[in-house]
Design a protein around this ligand. Structure first.
Ligand SMILES: Nc1ncnc2c1ncn2[C@@H]1O[C@H](COP(=O)(O)OP(=O)(O)OP(=O)(O)O)[C@@H](O)[C@H]1O
Ligand SMILES: [Mg+2]
Length: 276
């Protein structure tokens, strides 16, 4: 469980970039953080994995403050995928990269080598490939694989799909979905509301260092006030349902009563005048 209790944070010790943020994330949840640039999403992630300490308030992981946990203890509890995977990749081969986390924890034993082999097979990596020569999508998958090979109960993903094409994005997110279905808690920062709508069960929206909404994905993403405050465009499917719901009373009867898409198209085509 991850708890933020009235957390404020600052990088220079003077100007607060996070103000009084509180939330609780239970084991097994899939939570997306959304909001404008500079809203404090990455800062929140850094506080979660102990890279940054709060200036006031507390961040508790399974009931223990991050200030009291050792870096290695935090690394065991949560895997962290940086906003840019190239900040994460540091070894000469894919195999070394996947072993790196175990080495850092002093646990590169036979079992670790076995886990690395499993992950290589599962992702279809070539263990001798040079990470920097891989394409962007495969580098992102490698960065993700190097985290999940350690089997942390929580993974934190900062913009896991940025810069990926549709197929690469699907590949990364399917891995994440499978992890979550098998019990891993997923906390993800994401600008792409289609991805958020498809994968996250809960959304926390932030603006200017403050939490402005926290709830079920489909509720937050259809709340006009929240969307405006956090400068978010909802996923297309949510937008369509919002337009329909808002306008349903004014729709010509054949359209409002349509039960299937075909009936609706038929009614729209034969309706007089044009609607949005
Ligand atoms: N290393 C840093 N040193 C000083 N200030 C920083 C640092 N990183 C972020 N900030 C500032 O903290 C505030 C919150 O930034 P943060 O990176 O958490 O936002 P974000 O929501 O992740 O934005 P983005 O969507 O652009 O990634 C911003 O005003 C930013 O300029
Ligand atoms: Mg960020």
């Amino acid at each position: 469980m991850i708890e933020f209790l009235q957390v404020s944070a600052s990088y220079d010790g003077e100007m607060a970039v996070l103000h009084d943020v509180s939330f609780t994330i239970s084991d097994g949840e899939f939570v997306a953080f959304v909001g404008t640039n500079g809203a404090g999403k990455s800062t929140t992630m850094r506080l979660m994995n102990g890279l940054l300490k709060p200036t006031s308030g507390e961040v508790l992981i399974d009931g223990v403050a991050t200030t009291k946990l050792k870096t290695s203890e935090l690394a065991r509890k949560m895997g962290f995928l940086f906003q840019n995977p190239d900040r994460q990749i540091c070894c000469n081969t894919v195999r070394e990269e996947l072993l790196f986390g175990f080495q850092a924890l002093g646990e590169a034993d036979a079992q670790a080598h076995m886990r690395v082999d499993e992950i290589i097979a599962r992702f279809g990596f070539n263990p001798d490939d040079e990470p920097y020569l891989l394409n962007r999508g495969t580098r992102q998958l490698l960065a993700l694989a190097s985290i999940i090979v350690l089997e942390p109960p929580v993974i934190i993903l900062d913009e896991p799909t940025t810069g990926l094409d549709y197929r690469e994005c699907e590949k990364v997110m399917e891995v994440v979905r499978e992890l979550n279905e098998n019990g891993t808690t997923v906390v993800m920062v994401c600008h792409d509301m289609e991805v958020v709508g498809d994968f996250a069960n809960r959304v926390i929206a932030m603006t200017q260092g403050r939490k402005v909404a926290d709830g079920k994905t489909f509720e937050v993403l259809r709340d006009d006030e929240v969307l405006k405050a956090a400068h978010i465009l909802p996923p297309q499917i949510t937008e369509i349902s919002m337009i329909l719901e808002r306008d349903i009373a004014q729709l010509p009867e054949p359209i409002a009563k349509a039960h299937t898409l075909e009936q609706m198209v038929e009614a729209v085509v034969s309706a007089p005048g044009k609607r949005r």
